[in-house]
Structure formats: C-alpha cells, structure tokens
Write a new protein. Sequence first.
Length: 285
Amino acid sequence: MERIVYLDGEFIKETEAKVSIFDRGFLFGDAVYEVTAVINGKLVDNEGHMIRLQRSCSELQIALPATLEQITAIQKKLIEVNQLNEGGIYLQVSRGSAGDRDFGYPENVTPTLVLFTQARNLLNSPKAVKGMKVITTEDIRWKRRDIKTVGLLAPCMAKQGALDKQVDDAWLIEDGYITEGSSNNAYIVTNDGVLITRPLSNDILHGITRKALLELAEQAQIQVEERPFTAEEAYQADEAFVSSATTFVWPVVEIDGKTIGTGKPGSVATKLRDIYIELATQNAE
Ligand SMILES: Cc1ncc(COP(=O)(O)O)c(C=O)c1O
C-alpha cells in the first residue's frame, strides 16, 4: 500500500513527495531526525523525542518549522491515515534549500519537515527472543554524537560490516571503550548484577529509551553504574543488551564470537524489556 507522508504542510502520497536537490539535508547532511515507536496506534515516549528534537535543532541553529504540539498532531494524523498499528514514525527537519550550495548557514530559508510511517513488528521481534550477535569496530563518527543528525554514514558502514560478517550489529569502540551500538545504546550486566552503561556526554546519543530504562532499573532495585566499559569487560559479563526507540531492549548473546553469559537472553534484559513495554504501552498517547 502506498503510504501517505507529510512534507512541508501537506499530506501526500509517498511517490509525490519531492524535495529540492539544493536541500541542505541532501547536500551536507544538514538535518536532524527522530524516530518514535508506535504501539497499538499510539506514540511511545514521544515527549522525550520532541524535547531532543528541539535540542538538536537549537544546537545547529535550525528553526523548527512547526511547534512541538503541531508536530505531534502531524504524527497522529499520519498514524490515522496510514492505519499504523505497530512500527515507527520517522521525522526529519533539514535546514532547507537556499537554491545553491554554500557552506555557511543561509539566512531566510524555510526548514524542510518530512515525516513518514514505517510498519514494523516491535513487540514480537525474533531478536528479542533469540538475542543478537555483535562485533566491535572502531568508532569513526564525529564528536557531536549527542546531536541526532542524519549524517549516519559511519554507523551505516559499521552495520554493513557486521552484516557482512553474518552478525546483527556493531558496537563502536573509542580509546579502548565501547561508546554505543550503531543505532542503539549499549549495556552490560556484571557477574554481581550491576548494570553498566556509558555516561551521557557528546560521545553518545542521549537515548530516550536509555533514560526510561535507567529509571526503571532503579525502581526495580537493580544497581546502575554509569561508566565506560571495555570489550574485554563485556566478554566476561553475565549479560549484554542494547536499547532504542524501536527495539526497546534487545539482548546481546555474542560479542566478537564470544558467548555472553549462557548465550541466551539474560534475566535483567528480559525484565527491563517487559517492564518498559508494559509501561510504554500504558503511557502511549
Ligand atoms: C547512535 C544511537 N544511539 C542510541 C540510540 C537510541 O536512542 P533512542 O532510545 O532515543 O531511540 C540511537 C537511536 O537511533 C542511535 O542512533
């Protein structure tokens, strides 16, 4: 079925949505994005995504072309017109087109706002049951990973490198420590049950799911340590997992060919996934 997408004020067929070749998102990757999960036709944790969108735009001096309330209304309309029950909504704001190519930020351009839906099976994903295999690879990304920009070639290369090796994803390493996954935050659970994940800084994306999970972990009396960890520490861990808006929590059962824990999804990852989904479903709007 052809989707209805949103482009600059219009709800139109996906094949009819056209953006200028001078759009700076296309020429420079000068654009930011967000992905919000949809369960039962409702938006999950969307407020956090909207707040991060605003921050990404403000870091890059891109003026949001609509209020957050208007954007949320567009998201809801897209869910409705596409009859989306489960999946995600992709949202992108680029600085827009100045009708030519110059590096400096142009004045008086109208940002381009694009949204589209993606139907996906989120709750019954096979990866949640079986777990994922990952490899580690050097983190070659830029130094402002806290801004959610569409400049994603480095993560695409890392992901493809993993797929070429018949595994599911890559964990990125900088100065000997894991930063995060190619499109998710990374965690391990030590043999004495401590949940470890890298602290927030410009080195990683400040995951909306990460924030929710750390709160849930504390409520569930799971000890949390926000500190960098190495691949060697991860190989020895009892559990490993990743989080993101559309995966929620996916266990990691193998890293660099080494089995993690029992080789099956661990109890902490499974528990956090279950309580996150329960709460997210309840609070979805
Ligand atoms: C590099 C990176 N880290 C972490 C995340 C997880 O963030 P969130 O939970 O907000 O989806 C993503 C999601 O796209 C990501 O691309």
